[in-house]
Design a protein around this ligand. Structure first.
Ligand code: CA
Length: 510
């Protein structure tokens, strides 16, 4: 699809983010051929694909390459004005040292309160609000997964139709529970995640745990805040086990069927933000629009989580000054340090994050990706930091420490209590979650057009100047309220697309 020789009919377009930048990226969908001349006289020396960088000035060997006003790397060889810059001529810079950061030096003052926005949600006894009405069956060990798959088919066929106010029944299946070092210090992460997951606001406080009976993770560890457990080994035969599961499930469906949506303020939203399949437009369109929307949510009193440690690490110097207190800044740095060590034990660094698709989309390295990724966080003060799988307790903008892996991040944000997920993508993914609606936002209009039945909102018009970041931010804000209310269905829910829950287990497997 790229036009390598014939000039395109449309005018060449490029975007430079900061006046300090010595690169700009190509907006034109088909890329731009060698010889393309811009109105300021810049001539491309090679074909440059869409989303990729061109040098705006000569850059001498070893000199900094600057995008977003930040150094994303150093030139390999002498780069000429008009050259294509990609991972082959950029040497990655070191990450910002964690010892020399500005800690809570410039927390932004609170924005003007945004009042009067509401959605229709399910109020829970613990004060949280759900956006769906789902029965979740927890499992304490993978051994029962096959049984639960069988049970779920029968539940959906025989029980769920009798309780029309219940949207769905899901099994919280996972590979943890046995064959693991349950007392290892880091085992706290998967165990806390499972405890918190069972109490996601969309599950209405009805906790049922199905276990085997001899596993290390005893089912009662998942019902410390209340709930019911059963063990397969306590019952005679498979048929009897299924009968017990069906009976316990039906009792809960009866309770959940009584839930009704009621009007609640927008402050009850707990939004988890992440990106996946990022490209060079992520930091120009979808993520800044999501960041603007995050600021609106914070002004409305809601909770907004950003995550993905490896995509925050290289931009942490831009975040610690925004911490509301020195304690929040310290907690943020502690999560970065923990992850640096975790990666080091595996013999890699944060550079292991980037994918072939990211590079094809124009991202030369993890620094460039991170600077675009943190645009999701908007401009509000960072009000809190969560360890992986911890439940959110404070409102405002929260950093929830998670790996950047889409499935692991989504699972941990669910555990932290999100009731709505926003996912930005440049390359495209059919990602979805069974437990909460996932709003997918594309960075480019080409993707939104190709995948019109998967992408919920197109942030691409920001790149072409047809819409502003503010326009798309407000559109997203209104879409969130509609989706949270059940008035609009996201594409992933229309198709029934849901990725597996994926636990983060940094502890040893035995
Ligand atoms: Ca991700």
């Amino acid at each position: 699809m790229n036009i390598r020789e014939k000039p395109p009919h449309e005018a060449p377009r490029r975007i430079q983010v900061s006046p300090k930048d010595n690169v700009a990226i190509v907006v034109n969908a088909l890329g731009l051929p060698a010889g393309t001349e811009f109105p300021d006289g810049l001539v491309l020396n090679q074909f440059v694909p869409q989303g990729h960088k061109m040098a705006l000035a000569d850059v001498a060997e070893g000199a900094p390459i600057i995008r977003y006003g930040e150094v994303i790397g150093y030139a390999i060889g002498n780069i000429k004005r008009g050259d294509w810059i990609n991972e082959n001529n950029v040497r990655m810079a070191a990450p910002p040292p964690l010892e020399a950061l500005e800690m809570a030096t410039r927390p932004p003052p609170p924005g003007e309160a945004l009042t009067g926005y509401t959605f229709e949600g399910y109020r829970n006894a613990d004060g949280t609000v759900g956006t769906k009405n789902i029965l979740a069956i927890s499992t304490s060990v993978q051994c029962v997964a096959g049984t639960m798959e069988y049970a779920l088919k029968r539940i959906k066929a025989e029980l769920l139709p009798k309780y029309p106010n219940v949207d769905d029944v899901v099994v919280l299946a996972h590979a943890y529970g046995c064959g693991v070092a349950i007392n290892a210090p880091q085992a706290v992460v998967p165990i806390r995640t499972l405890q918190s997951l069972a109490r996601n606001p969309n599950f209405g406080g009805e906790v049922l745990v199905v276990g085997l009976g001899c596993e290390k993770l005893v089912p009662e560890r998942l019902t410390e805040g209340g709930g019911d457990t059963m063990r397969m080994q306590d019952h005679e035969g498979f048929g009897a086990n299924i009968a017990v599961i069906m009976e316990r499930v039906e009792a809960r469906l009866k309770v959940l069927n009584q839930r009704k949506r009621e009007t609640v303020p927008a402050s009850e939203l707990v939004v988890g933000m992440q990106c996946g399949g990022s490209d060079a437009f992520s930091g120009l369109t979808a993520n800044p629009a999501l960041g603007y929307c995050a600021d609106l949510l914070v002004r409305a009193g809601a909770t907004v989580m950003f995550s993905e440690v490896t995509e925050v690490r290289d931009a942490v110097h831009l975040l610690t000054p925004r911490a509301a207190t020195p304690e929040v800044a310290e907690a943020l740095v502690a999560q970065m340090r923990w992850y640096d060590e975790y990666l080091e034990q595996g013999g890699v660094d944060r550079g292991a994050n980037t994918t072939p698709g990211n590079k094809k989309g124009g991202l030369s390295n993890i620094i460039e990706k991170s600077l675009g990724s943190v645009a999701k966080s908007g401009t509000s003060a960072i009000n809190g930091v969560l360890k992986p799988g911890e439940k959110v307790k404070t409102r405002g903008l929260i950093f929830a420490a998670t790996p950047a892996s889409d499935f692991v991040c989504g699972t941990l944000q669910l555990a932290s209590g999100m009731n709505l997920h926003v996912f930005t993508t440049g390359r495209g993914t059919p990602y979805g979650l069974a437990a909460v609606p996932v709003i997918k936002v594309s960075t480019r209009s080409e993707l939104a057009k190709r995948w019109a039945d998967l992408i919920d909102l197109d942030a691409g018009p920001i790149a072409t100047g047809e819409k502003t970041i503010e326009d798309v931010g407000w559109e997203l804000f209104h879409l969130m309220l509609d989706v949270a209310s059940g008035r609009k269905q996201v594409w992933a829910d229309k198709w029934g697309l849901a990725n597996d829950l994926t636990l983060f287990n940094p502890a040893p497997v035995t």
